[in-house]
Design a protein around this ligand. Structure first.
Ligand code: PHE
Length: 456
């Protein structure tokens, strides 16, 4: 067996620079998770205490895990499945560790099926925004507009199909092509636009209330389930336990410092989520909307804000275009674990992307239907935990709250206990001294505690 530092994978083309990797990783991390999901789950889970737990999960579990996954990816140099097989063999460990790769690939595939449906929502919003439909719109009309979209399986299917097509298109061409250039321009634009929205929120008269909601923790509002949701979201938003970071790490040059780079990616991702929260909650409070309104939160609130702003149609159009791009650069990474794996098995990239995208599209139709025709179909009602959950809710719950925390746990065990510390130290440099005890003890113990309180 090879004992060279990099493992013996057939090395695919690499990112041109550290900057290129950061852009791709940020492109993967920043997406619907930050702008759509973070605000609505924060609203559902009572605000401040939830945000604090989420930030702690990012720092104590998410960030060290990102370093671990990028490192594993670079050592294995293959798809997440290939990488785990390679690294386990290099370390003289059981082949079963490849299970981490399989579960990650399955999780990212399942996420992709519903991610595409939600991302599709941005497109009718772009059209509505551009045609000036949001001008002076009242909260209840915005609510009705969103309700109308969800009630139409045909529309949802159309936009889901377009979005999946866009994802397959880039994936088939190879992720490194064009991604770098697009992300470099679009991410800063999204950032600036969020800042404008936060600025607008400051004029709404409810900024203080929103800031207090987000940052003043009320631990009495925190449940064990909320902690699990915060944990799951830390993985979701950082694209962990889904193969994405491992797959992208496989294209990373040896000279790039993994630890520092991961810190940058995690900071940018967290920054975008917090900005999104600060942009949305002032509007929620100013318009008497319900923070716990659920997945429609930003689609109902933001049109109201844009509708009152000078130049609102322009900014609204730009915002939803940028959100579409942010979702696109994430969905490409969601498909990457599967495509890179199939590619290793001899299927061409084009065929793998089309085949994978097609199956994800088909499964995605069940999410389309759970938003309307099948909204009463909640198949796991016999378990208290899953009661009232539609298929879409179940995919989300299964991936973020079960598969990802489990995948993270086993990854931490592998790098903390099964891999030679000298090998991880060679990849992580000076940071290894801090990282190693965290990933060996702190992260797995924290995960066990969350599991324990959720099972009992
Ligand atoms: N991180 C992405 C987001 O926040 C979603 C994602 C999860 C992408 C897992 C890749 C892998 O939208």
């Amino acid at each position: 067996m090879s004992n060279n530092v990099q493992g013996a994978g057939v090395r695919p083309a690499q990112w041109s620079s550290r900057f290129a990797f950061i852009m791709a990783a940020v492109g993967s991390a920043v997406g619907l998770g930050n702008i759509w999901k973070f605000p609505y789950i924060t609203g559902e889970n009572g605000g401040g205490a939830f945000v604090l737990v989420y930030l702690a999960c990012i720092a104590v579990i998410g960030l060290p895990l990102m370093m671990a996954e990028v490192m594993l990816g670079r050592r294995g140099g293959q798809s997440p499945i290939g990488t785990m097989a390679q690294v386990a063999a290099d370390e003289g460990r059981s082949r079963s560790w490849v299970g981490i790769g399989f579960m990650a690939t399955l999780a990212s595939f399942l996420i992709l099926t519903f991610y595409s449906v939600i991302a599709g929502w941005t497109m009718p919003y772009i059209l509505s925004a551009a045609s000036g439909e949001f001008g002076g719109i009242a909260a209840k009309d915005s609510d009705a507009l969103f309700g109308g979209l969800l009630a139409s399986p045909g529309q949802l299917l159309l936009w889901h199909s377009v979005f999946m097509g866009l994802t397959v298109l880039v994936s088939a061409g190879g992720v490194r092509h064009g991604l770098e250039r697009a992300v470099t321009k679009l991410m800063p634009a999204l950032f600036v636009l969020l800042l404008i929205l936060v600025g607008y929120g400051m004029t709404s008269g409810h900024f203080g209330e929103a800031a207090a909601f987000l940052f003043r923790p009320d631990f009495s509002a925190l449940t064990a389930e909320a902690v699990l949701v915060a944990l799951g979201h830390a993985f979701f938003t950082l694209s962990l336990a889904s193969g994405a970071m491992m797959a992208y790490g496989a294209y990373l040059k040896k000279e790039v410092p993994i630890a520092r780079t991961s810190v940058v990616v995690a900071l940018m991702d967290t920054g975008v989520a917090l900005l999104a929260g600060l942009a949305i909650f002032p509007i929620v409070f100013a318009n008497g909307l319900e923070p716990g309104a659920g997945p429609g939160l930003i689609f109902v609130t933001l049109p109201v804000a844009f509708g009152q702003m000078p130049g609102g149609s322009f900014f609204a159009t730009l915002f939803f275009v940028l959100l579409l791009f942010a979702a696109w650069t994430s969905s490409i990474s969601l498909l990457e674990s599967l495509v890179s794996y199939l590619n290793e098995k001899g299927v061409s990239r084009v065929k793998a992307a089309i085949g994978g995208g097609l199956v994800a599209w088909l499964v995605g139709i069940t999410t389309v239907l759970s938003l309307n025709e099948w909204s009463g179909f909640t198949p796991l009602d016999m378990f208290a935990r899953f009661e009232g959950k539609t298929l879409f809710d179940l995919y989300d719950y299964l991936t973020a709250n079960i598969m990802m925390p489990l995948g993270a746990f086993f990854t931490a065990l592998f790098v903390g206990w099964k891999m030679k510390p000298a090998h991880s130290a060679a990849e992580l440099g000076g940071w290894h001294r801090v990282w190693f005890p965290v990933i060996r003890y702190l992260s797995p113990i924290a995960l066990l505690i969350v599991f324990y309180f959720n099972l009992w």
